[in-house]
Design a protein around this ligand. Structure first.
Ligand code: HXC
Ligand code: NAP
Length: 266
């Protein structure tokens, strides 16, 4: 049972990039379970159609899947137009589309680095700007950027994603500064390792998973539902003063030193 009132987002419409899978599908489910209708986007229409059906069946709300590539502004604008045609407005934008893989910086091709920057950072800008122009500035709303903690210190084999998410956090602050007076709140979430996700299976193969858990003070990875609940909170009036901030949800992972703390207290 949810700790949130089940109609807390009644009448709202959410536009979620990456909403057909993983964490952002979970976020979409939470928003819909609390009254919102949703548009989910990514590149693969088949997966979007299947996820949209599943989300609508589970929540009783409407969900539309529209393919777009966040790197291509014209496809982003077309997806927003489709959302506006179907629902008449957009109140919530979640920027979750991302790409990542493990690769040493010395072996990363120029195109590989650029690809991740384009999906994560430029994609977040493209969607935010187009949504602001087409919908949010007229009627207020919330943008939630999904970041990470990779760049708080430094993370091996992820120079590309760490740089991209650092820039996303910067955008969260800059857009908050410029768009607050239009009634648009801009916030971020920085998840730590989240179990049962594509991200985790790519980034923590085999024994690395146990090493990762050893580094989490709470002693476990996060769940999709925990990130979804945080996103839901940020979209409700309970978070009306939260603006320009990226909230970490990682069980204390990025603090570092958990393994040493366990050793020293045993
Ligand atoms: C090295 C790689 C690579 C790999 C691709 N490339 N995979 N280089 N190691 N494993 C290189 C390619 O060789 C190519 O460079 C360039 O990257 C672009 O690859 P494409 O396949 O042409 O790109 P594209 O089809 O656009 O696909 C993007 C992608 C892909 C990021 C490469 O993996 C993808 O679509 N990912 C979406 C799903 C995803 O990544 N989910 C996880 C998000 S998790 P060259 O030079 O050969 O042309 C996440 C977690 C963050 O973000 C924090 C966790 C704690
Ligand atoms: P995921 O399921 O692979 O989510 C990424 C989504 O982005 C997919 O739906 C993918 O769909 C979409 N996407 C990729 N490239 C796109 C493009 N060019 N245009 C439009 N959509 C695109 O992975 P996840 O692990 O749940 O990650 C979700 C978010 O959480 C990401 O922002 C990630 O960086 C962040 N995060 C995850 C973790 C973790 O532990 N999993 C930790 C920290 C942060 P298509 O392939 O169909 O396009």
């Amino acid at each position: 049972m949810s700790v949130f009132r089940e109609d807390v987002l009644a009448g709202k419409v959410a536009f979620v990039t990456g909403g057909g899978s993983g964490i952002c599908k979970g976020i979409t489910a939470a928003l819909m379970a609390h009254g919102a209708d949703a548009v989910i986007t990514s590149r693969k229409q088949d997966r979007l159609d299947e996820s949209a059906r599943e989300l609508a069946d589970a929540t009783g709300r409407a969900c539309l899947g529209v393919a777009c590539d966040v790197r291509k502004p014209e496809t982003v604008e077309a997806a927003l137009d489709a959302a506006l045609e179907r629902f008449g407005k957009i109140d919530i934008v979640v920027n979750g589309a991302a790409g990542n893989f493990l690769c040493p910086a010395s072996q990363l091709s120029y195109n590989a680095f650029r690809t991740v920057m384009e999906i994560d950072t430029i994609g977040t800008f493209n969607v935010s700007k187009a949504a602001f122009e087409k919908a949010l500035k007229k009627a207020a709303g919330v943008i939630v950027n999904i970041s990470a903690t990779l760049h708080y210190g430094a993370t091996p084999l992820q120079a590309h994603a760490a740089a991209a998410k650092a820039a996303v956090d910067s955008l969260t602050r800059s857009l908050a500064l410029e768009w607050g007076r239009s009634g648009v709140r801009v916030v971020g979430i920085a998840p730590g390792p989240i179990e049962d996700t594509e991200g985790l299976s790519r980034l923590a193969p085999g024994p690395i998973r146990d090493q990762m858990i050893a580094g989490i003070p709470l002693g476990r990875m996060g769940t999709i539902e925990e990130i979804a609940n945080l996103a839901l909170f940020l979209c409700t009036p309970a978070a009306s003063l939260v603006h320009g901030e990226t909230i970490v949800a990682d069980g204390g992972h990025w603090l570092g030193g958990a393994a040493l703390a366990t050793l020293m207290s045993s």
